[in-house]
Design a binder for this molecule. Sequence first.
Ligand code: PHE
Length: 403
Amino acid sequence: MPDPTPEPAPNRDPDPVAVSPTDAEQVEAAVAEALSAVAAAGDLDELTAAARAHGGDRSPLSLANREIGALPGPAKAEAGRRMGQARRDVAEAVAERRAVLEAERDAAVLVTEAQDLTQPTSRRPRGARHPLGLLVEEVEDFFTGLGWTVLEGPEVEAEWFNFDALNFGPDHPARQMQDTFFVDPPEDGLVLRTHTSPVQARALLDHGAPLYVAVPGRVFRTDELDATHTPVFTQVEGLAVDEHLTMANLRGVLDAMAVAVLGEGTTTRLRPAFFPFTEPSAEMDVRCPVCAGTGEVAPGAARGAGAGAPSAAEEDASTRTEDPAGEGVPCRTCGSTGWIEWGGCGMVNPHVLRAAGVDPERYSGFAFGMGIERTLMFRNGVEDMRDMVEGDVRFSRQFGTEV
Ligand code: PHE
């Protein structure tokens, strides 16, 4: 252990050397010492220290000055002049040195803090949120507002959850290699989920009924990437299980979601369909947000909102084209039908409820699933799905989502 007692510090503040006001030599020596200390000060701090040591209250000259009053008459006057001169000389030297040091400091600041206004600014392009992520957040916000819970499930999923729990028979064609990515080794029974519906069974097993959940997520199918297909895409699943739920509740939620995502005046319609995990099942169509269901748009506006334009959802439905004079052109977004397929839905099949441990005698439920990429395509006029997966920031920026 080193000795903790500090070394005795040198005495930095010795008692001032006594100077007599009547001794001209002593006074001159003190002044000379003061002037050389002032001249030696290399910066303003050192100058302040020198000024205090040689001109401050406890400096030799100040102490000598105090003794003048006690001197007899003539000596007093002479000593007074001497001391006055001495102290003025020191004060002047300090002031001159201060002016020099301040000028030096100011010149140095000009150099060290200089800004070169001719330097080019950073040209690095700024990023932007991807519109798919933003749309998912919009949908999540809608369901959170209804009091539903947002849940996620695994992308690598047990075949049992992806198919069996959802009432797909062992020979259902959707299981075949041409639709599903199987994970090696096949006997492990793992797939890349082909839809978000397996989270229905997971959520019911984890939380039981009643249950209201929205499940966004990536899903995978063995499609080639082209203008309207991508092997990786995004769905949002909705599932409500409670007593006394009917298709009227499903329809009400879908209509409210359509308004939230696509704008005021948007509505849905249901067409009969089949899914193993819902009964009855339906395809949900949404009234075309570009032509507001009329099948026609004004000439020159044949496609949905393009780059930089407000999305159809942001436009007031009343400003959309209605063309009583019949001068509109066919709406390409919906193929003039006035409706766009948005996803599948239906009442949860009792087999699914039972597989997830819920009593179908007491509870009923509805579910739906819709594609986010598709939604972005018809809502914002994105014509090629490949633009969404390439990650080009120019695409993201078109949607005004710069962060
Ligand atoms: N999972 C279905 C699909 O991917 C959609 C769907 C969800 C249908 C929920 C009915 C109920 O196409």
